[in-house]
Design a protein around this ligand. Structure first.
Ligand code: 5GP
Ligand code: MG
Length: 191
């Protein structure tokens, strides 16, 4: 595993994202809609930096593809959403890869009557986009590698890492339980 973004870099990036969101939206009430499961860590850090009125809801999306490459069918579950009519909405996801997840969710939130839907992603992969939309706020542009940590998993492992790391071939060959157990020691990284 190779660390791409340390927890310090992530904290700095998220503080900047929160400032950019408030500069853009002002103090108007904001409904943050996070995408489960990968955005849990991002949402929890981001909302604590957003001043002014905020409410939070989560939707679930999966295009899960195991390792890295071909996205599968997109499953969406939006049954926990509050009424969005006339609301200022910020959709928050972990990573923009092909963009299909974000595109489908932005369309769906618009259909539900939101006044405006802005989108925010922590990471955007270089050269992978297959859709017309671009996220309104991007934390970090990264190379087209498979990454884990800070909410992002590989077969369920590694979401809890406080940094973002790129998987190396040896990580991908290991079984998921071995993978989970072989995560680098987090002493000295957590604070
Ligand atoms: P998209 O629809 O943009 O192709 O894919 C977005 C979703 O795919 C993300 O929300 C995330 O769940 C998953 N994904 C895409 N790239 C990666 C990656 O490098 N690592 C992990 N763990 N998930 C990814
Ligand atoms: Mg996701």
């Amino acid at each position: 595993m190779r660390i791409l973004l340390t927890s310090e870099q992530l904290a700095e990036g998220i503080a900047q994202l929160a400032d950019r969101v408030r500069n853009d939206i002002g103090r108007r009430p904001l409904t943050v809609v996070g995408v489960l499961t990968g955005s849990i860590v991002l949402v929890s850090d981001l909302i604590r930096r957003l001043e002014g009125p905020v409410r939070v809801s989560m939707v679930w999306a999966s295009s899960y593809r195991g390792t890295a490459t071909t996205p599968g069918r997109l499953d969406l579950r939006l049954d926990q959403l509050p009424d969005l009519t006339g609301q200022e909405v910020l959709l928050v996801d972990d990573i923009f890869d092909t963009g299909r997840t974000l595109e489908a969710l932005v369309d769906e939130l618009r259909r539900r009557g939101a006044a405006r839907v802005r989108s925010l992603v922590l990471l955007r992969k270089h050269g992978q986009a297959e859709v017309g939309i671009v996220p309104d706020f991007v934390g970090f542009d990264i190379p087209a590698a498979f990454v884990v940590g800070y909410g992002l998993d590989f077969n369920g492992a590694w979401r809890h890492l406080p940094y973002v790391a790129e998987l190396e071939p040896a990580d991908l060959q290991a079984a998921p339980t071995e993978i989970a157990n072989s995560a680098p020691d987090m002493d000295g990284i957590l604070h």
